[in-house]
Design a protein. Structure first.
Length: 457
């Protein structure tokens, strides 16, 4: 038996002579990596996708919904808005089919189809010929070209309407294909209706929950958010060190994926697991605690009660984000969707293992670690550091929420992501348990993933 058992090491207090230069270096590295990521994403935007996306799917639902509602022109009153929203080539191509089928916007449809941005080679050229054959004067397409065009259009309502028109041009009965197209789209119309009703109920529930929080704001809490004893330099080194690994994790795992291509489906969880492990290690070493002690610190007491609170905060998050999105919509009218990168990732992921792995990464791994870093560490540390400042807790909520939005490197989504981060922080401050925020974050990410997958599949 060791007569001198090891005592737990205390919080880290790095010497400023080497800590300040290291903090500066890490900050510069993070800025550089952020610029690289922004450049990479702008390059991806410059190379449009090779298939219809979410905007095209929404246009299909609107087309069928309005057709069922009035039986006349599909897009009356919505033409300008749809053209502005359809930025990607195949979304515009899909819109041209829907407009041509409506019969009241043929000239605009022809412009979108024949003069718009579908690529001049491959399926794009075949689409132009196929549209001209269907709605003007043109020659028939080969079976291979038809299949490629249908696939690029998403093989949904609009694509099958185009196939029906091709059948009619060949003297075959296109009515069956039109009925199949409507039956396929009816599921999405029903889901949109259910989502609308669900969103309305959630907004009302969120408003009621907000009133309840205001009325009971002075009720004593059984548990308070965890407090960290490390100083500002140690906290900065932990956060910037994690952020450096987070921004470079994709580059770090790329050589393994290039050497072992079968690892490609797990590239995202590998990268995420790498920087999550690094962040947890940095935090535990700086505070002088074990991982188990860290978990007990951020999730104390009655977990069932804390998880139950998550439903209320989920409603509050949805109502708050929707309100901010409505306020910001006039400024983002002609912009790409804020979640476009996630849309492309979800749409392009295939395979029986790749999809579940991606879902678990987005809906489980990401919420657990991001909540641990931002609401389990950063928020309580800022709250404690600013405890003597008037409104320090609100400043900590706003600061941690803003940083949460910034690290996603999605400028268009910054207002909504910051709002979501603010509500998640409020959940931790109210319950004193990180599990509440993890549940809300996981349900949010999982719901967005499943909706995108349903509409883009």
């Amino acid at each position: 038996m060791d007569p001198h058992p090891e005592t737990p090491r205390g919080p880290w207090n790095p010497d400023r002579q080497w800590a300040d230069p290291l903090i500066t270096l890490l900050a510069l590295i993070c800025i550089y990596l952020a610029m690289v990521h922004v450049h990479f994403r702008s390059t991806k935007v410059a190379n449009p996708p090779d298939h219809a996306g979410l905007v095209g799917r929404i246009a299909e639902v609107q087309a069928l919904g309005q057709k069922l509602g009035n039986g006349t022109g599909v897009f009356k009153g919505n033409l300008a808005a749809l053209q502005n929203r359809a930025k990607d080539p195949w979304d515009r191509a899909l819109l041209s089919v829907l407009l041509a089928e409506s019969g009241d916007a043929a000239s605009v449809a022809q412009h979108l189809a024949l003069d718009g941005p579908p690529p001049p080679m491959g399926p794009g050229a075949a689409f132009r010929r196929g549209w001209a054959w269907a709605y003007a004067d043109g020659k028939p397409l080969s079976f291979e070209d038809r299949s490629n065009v249908m696939r690029a259009l998403g093989d949904g309502y609009g694509a099958r309407l185009l196939a029906a028109r091709w059948a009619e041009k060949e003297g075959r009965d296109g009515l069956r294909l039109r009925r199949e197209a409507e039956a396929l789209a009816m599921g999405r119309v029903a889901l949109f209706g259910a989502l609308g009703m669900g969103a309305l109920l959630m907004v009302l529930a969120g408003a009621a929950f907000a009133i309840m929080l205001i009325v009971t704001r002075r009720v004593p809490r059984r548990f308070a958010p965890s407090v960290y004893a490390i100083g500002p330099r140690a906290a900065l080194l932990v956060f910037l060190g994690w952020l450096t690994v987070q921004m470079s994790s994709g580059f770090l795992v790329l050589p393994f994926v290039s050497a072992l291509p079968f690892l490609r489906p797990v590239m995202l969880p590998m990268a995420y697991g790498l920087h999550a492990a690094a962040g947890i290690t940095f935090l535990c070493l700086a505070e002088g605690i074990t991982f188990g002690q860290l978990l007990r610190r951020v999730a104390p007491g009655a977990h069932g009660r804390s998880l139950a609170w998550g439903l209320g905060f989920l409603a509050l998050a949805l109502s708050s984000v929707l309100a901010v999105a409505l306020i910001m919509s006039p400024f983002l009218r002609d912009a790409q969707p804020p979640q476009k990168e996630l849309m492309d990732l979800v749409a392009n992921t295939r395979g029986p293992f790749a999809l579940p792995i991606l879902f678990l990464t987005v809906a489980v791994l990401a919420p657990c670690f991001e909540e641990l870093m931002f609401r389990g560490f950063l928020l309580p540390w800022l709250s404690h550091a600013w405890k003597d400042v008037k409104g320090g807790t609100m400043l900590a909520l706003a600061g941690s929420g803003l940083l949460f939005g910034l690290i996603h490197l999605q400028p268009l989504a910054l207002p909504t992501l910051t709002t979501l981060g603010f509500v998640l922080g409020l959940a931790v401050l109210r319950t004193g348990n990180l599990l509440t925020a993890i549940l809300v974050h996981g349900l949010w990410n999982g719901g967005v993933f499943l909706l995108m997958r349903f509409f883009l599949a």
